[in-house]
Design a protein around this ligand. Structure first.
Ligand SMILES: Nc1nc2c(ncn2[C@@H]2O[C@H](COP(=O)(O)OP(=O)(O)OP(=O)(O)O)[C@@H](O)[C@H]2O)c(=O)[nH]1
Ligand SMILES: [Zn+2]
Length: 408
């Protein structure tokens, strides 16, 4: 059995052991593991390589994928290899390390310690893995604490969180300018985006199919409360250069939106000449022709990383603390100036919201949408409280069973 604790000095060779769990000798790093039973470090001899070379590979690919000091800190002195989840299958993941793409699964211990779906890796997650010796899968030991996550309520009866994309900096919320254009849906996506911790950008697509795109962009801006609104057409290539200004080195952008709004077309246009390469990668999954059935993380040829998400028929909101307030700052500000503090904004005198609707400053539809979303979130809150109670009960049941066994 190996103990994971690093030793400052190897008792065997008296070389100082570096944070990478190795020691440097004539420009080479020799990886060692401290063997508890023997009280010594032993060389893991298959992992010796040139110091400079190793640094170079880790820096280039991992940094491009978004690895930085913050992630390094979160990884601490872990002996495992950092990797990013690029695709999620059923119980299986495709991961990218500094040099290679592997298929990976979670360890038995991980499975044992994970209670709910959101504990498991999602596309965009940084994970610590051990690599296979030969064929086999890489094993995922740990998911590094997420800095952001775009969630929705998973389909079905259960109140489960489904993470659409993790660790994203920016969310492109795509809505097409043809018949699909729907401000109420945009508001829903905006709440989820604000809640995710990423910066939203509204991307209006298929401008070539719309005669009054400026007018629609104006309407979207008015409802988006300061969020940038971009008009694009993947067919005509319009707006793509502006889109690119929202993607920086090491940054992760997720592309969200209903099915068929043109998410993949925008991504393909951003990938440009490298498009063939992407299709090649896709053929690796023996899926053949491109259809977005999986969430997929793609490195852009210039800079940054983009996550293509499968189109959602309807985005069911997951819990929201501040997303609703951020998405509807106008309404919350109005509510603050109603005459009564507990105004229900229905028939009370001095209601600032009813007044604003009457004056044409606030659209009735927008207010109705706010009320609807508020109710939906309150309902979800009650349900997930119940779920937490059930989980807590299960946990205590496990603990008491364990204690009973000990005292037997
Ligand atoms: N006219 C026009 N059609 C477009 C444009 N972008 C995409 N389309 C068409 O819209 C349809 C859907 O495009 P996709 O890029 O597959 O849409 P998606 O959002 O990725 O769809 P899902 O993978 O189902 O989520 C296709 O028939 C595209 O050819 C555009 O800029 N203009
Ligand atoms: Zn009121």
């Amino acid at each position: 059995m190996y103990d994971e604790k690093p030793k400052n000095h190897c008792l065997n060779c008296t070389q100082p052991v570096c944070p990478l769990r190795g020691f440097q000798l004539r420009n080479r790093i020799f990886l060692v593991k401290y063997q508890k039973s023997a009280g010594l470090c032993t060389l893991t001899n298959q992992r010796t390589f040139l110091f400079e070379k190793q640094e170079e590979t880790i820096l280039t690919t991992l940094t491009k994928l978004g690895w930085n000091e913050d992630w390094q800190k979160k990884a601490g002195s872990s002996a495992y290899t950092p990797a990013r989840i690029i695709t999620e299958y059923k119980n299986l993941y495709k991961i990218q390390t500094d040099s290679t793409i592997y298929l990976a699964e979670v360890t038995g211990k991980f499975r044992h310690q994970s209670q709910v779906r959101e504990d498991y890796p999602a596309v965009g997650d940084w994970v610590m893995v051990s690599l296979p010796d030969g064929e086999g899968h890489a094993m995922i030991h740990e998911v590094l604490e997420r800095k952001s996550k775009f969630s929705r309520k998973a389909a079905g009866e259960l109140t489960n969180e489904q993470i659409v994309a993790a660790n994203i900096d920016t969310a492109f919320l795509v809505m097409s300018l043809n018949h699909d254009f729907n401000l109420r849906r945009m508001e829903r996506y905006l709440i989820a985006a604000w809640e995710s911790g990423a910066n939203p950008v509204i991307v209006l697509s298929k401008a070539d199919l719309c005669e009054n795109s400026d007018k629609k962009a104006g309407e979207a801006s008015a409802a988006a409360m300061g969020v940038p609104v971009l008009v694009t057409s993947a067919y005509e290539g319009t707006g793509l250069e502006t889109l690119k200004t929202y993607i920086d080195e090491g940054m992760t952008v997720a592309v969200m939106g209903s099915s068929g709004v043109g998410k993949s077309s925008i991504i393909n246009a951003l990938i440009g000449e490298e498009k063939m390469l992407v299709n090649d990668i896709r053929e690796d999954d023996s899926k053949g022709k491109h259809t977005t059935t999986h969430r997929e993380l793609i490195m852009l040829p210039e800079k940054g990383v983009i996550i293509d998400t499968p189109g959602m028929r309807e985005l069911q909101l997951w819990e929201s603390d501040s997303g609703l307030s951020q998405g509807f700052q106008d309404i919350e500000a109005l509510a603050g100036s109603c005459q009564f503090r507990d105004c229900s904004h229905e028939t009370e005198p001095g209601c600032a919201i009813q007044q604003a609707i009457e004056d044409g400053e606030l659209e009735q539809d927008r207010y109705d949408s706010y009320v609807k979303l508020q109710k939906e979130l309150a309902y979800l809150d009650r349900k997930s409280n119940k779920r937490e109670q059930i989980l807590e009960k299960k946990k205590w049941k496990k603990i008491s069973q364990y204690q009973k066994q000990i005292h037997k």
